[in-house]
Design a protein around this ligand. Structure first.
Ligand SMILES: NC(=O)c1ccc[n+]([C@@H]2O[C@H](COP(=O)([O-])OP(=O)(O)OC[C@H]3O[C@@H](n4cnc5c(N)ncnc54)[C@H](OP(=O)(O)O)[C@@H]3O)[C@@H](O)[C@H]2O)c1
Length: 341
């Protein structure tokens, strides 16, 4: 599989949404979660996104406590009309106290959060504004109502939600059209297929799968995460990456390795192709947002949009998710899956 800079195909991000490349880009790892970043290489990777037609650029206010949005600002200034810029609010953080964390969905907080994101990103409008996590103590109508006010005021163009159930998506969509739902979805993580995916398909909401490479696990890079991960890496806290689970989960990748070898592709590319095709089964638009800080990997991931897996290959991958050892977070209480039990 060649990794050319030929532009990837485009799609409408949800009914009436913006036109974006069918694969987007997750910027989180540049400033948070996955250890040290070579910032020059990360800037070069950002440039490669637009060259490859990867136009949906994803960040959040809490990634690096505002640092990720600030890092993106020069890129946003240089490419404002070529990209669809998505950011999120909801995790209240304090730069001087990394242990502090609260989920805030109240209108007063949303209003302050949007102004801070606009300032850090150096733009006067956010294309897609997500509620990052749901706080069930705040009525959804209040939060989405406040987000809809931002659309009317021209600060935001489209609305998104992250980690909500199918029922919550329907409730929110009745208040104001929701353009995109962003939740983890990959060969390893399929709890969204319980209710969220079906609701999104029915409502014409695009699905934006986050961590489509299983936070890197599906690239085959982690046989023994205890040894493979450095001190500051958030994945050390994730049950799937720890001890016996990591070793058992690495063994589950055998069909991905086999398909990749037969096609002259990488396991990352097979994992990304799986998400695109699984969405077709459900009849919905997906724009996965793999994250990388390396130009070559960005191009490798974009090239995966040209792979179509056969029915036989899909069947080989089908049983994997049901066998994964360990949850996708140590604390699942903030996920949509927790509210579906
Ligand atoms: N809404 C939410 O709650 C939420 C949660 C998590 C993430 N997200 C969003 O989703 C985006 C993507 O998720 P993610 O970054 O967690 O996980 P991911 O995209 O599944 O995997 C990222 C990891 O894979 C590595 N990688 C990427 N392409 C590769 C390739 N071709 N070969 C080998 N390794 C490769 C990256 O390393 P290098 O960087 O070193 O290449 C990084 O360690 C984030 O950036 C963020 O924007 C949203």
């Amino acid at each position: 599989m060649s990794n050319t800079t030929e532009q990837i195909r485009r799609t409408e991000l949800g009914t009436g949404g913006p036109l974006v490349g069918i694969q987007g880009f997750g910027a989180m790892g540049i400033s948070a979660a996955y250890g040290e970043t070579d910032t020059a290489a990360a800037r070069d990777t950002l440039e490669a996104t637009v060259e490859a037609g990867v136009t949906l650029i994803d960040t959040a206010d809490m990634y690096g406590a505002g640092a990720n949005e600030e890092f993106l600002a020069p890129f946003v200034a240089a490419h404002r009309d070529e990209i669809t810029l998505a950011t999120k609010f909801g995790f209240e953080y304090r730069a001087d106290d990394p242990s502090y964390r609260a989920i805030r969905n109240d209108p007063g907080y949303i209003r302050k959060a949007v102004e801070a994101s606009l300032r850090r990103l150096g733009t006067d409008v956010i294309d897609l504004y997500y509620m990052h996590r749901r706080n069930p103590e705040v009525p959804l109508a209040e939060s989405v109502g406040a987000m809809a006010d931002l659309v009317r005021e021209g600060k935001v163009k489209y609305l998104g939600l992250s980690e909500v159930t199918g029922a919550e998506l329907r409730e929110a969509h009745a208040v104001h059209p929701i353009t995109a739902l962003q939740t983890e979805w990959s060969v390893f993580s399929r709890d969204v297929e319980r209710s969220a995916v079906g609701a999104a398909a029915e409502l014409g909401v695009a699905f934006v799968p986050y961590s489509p490479l299983g936070r890197g696990f599906l690239t085959g890079a982690f046989a023994d995460a205890h040894k493979d991960l450095s001190g500051g890496d958030f994945r050390q806290l994730l049950p799937r990456f720890t001890g016996d689970n990591a070793r058992a989960n690495a063994a589950l990748l055998a069909p991905l390795h086999r398909i990749a070898a037969e096609r002259g592709a990488t396991t990352a590319q097979i994992a990304l192709a799986w998400v695109q095709q699984r969405a077709e089964v459900h009849g919905l638009t997906v724009v996965p947002i793999p994250g990388t800080r390396k130009r070559a990997r960005l191009l490798e991931n974009a090239a995966a949009t040209r792979i179509t897996l056969t029915a036989g290959e899909l069947a080989l991958l089908e049983p994997i998710a049901g066998r994964v050892a360990g949850e996708r977070y140590a604390d699942m209480s903030l996920t949509s899956a927790a509210r579906e039990m």
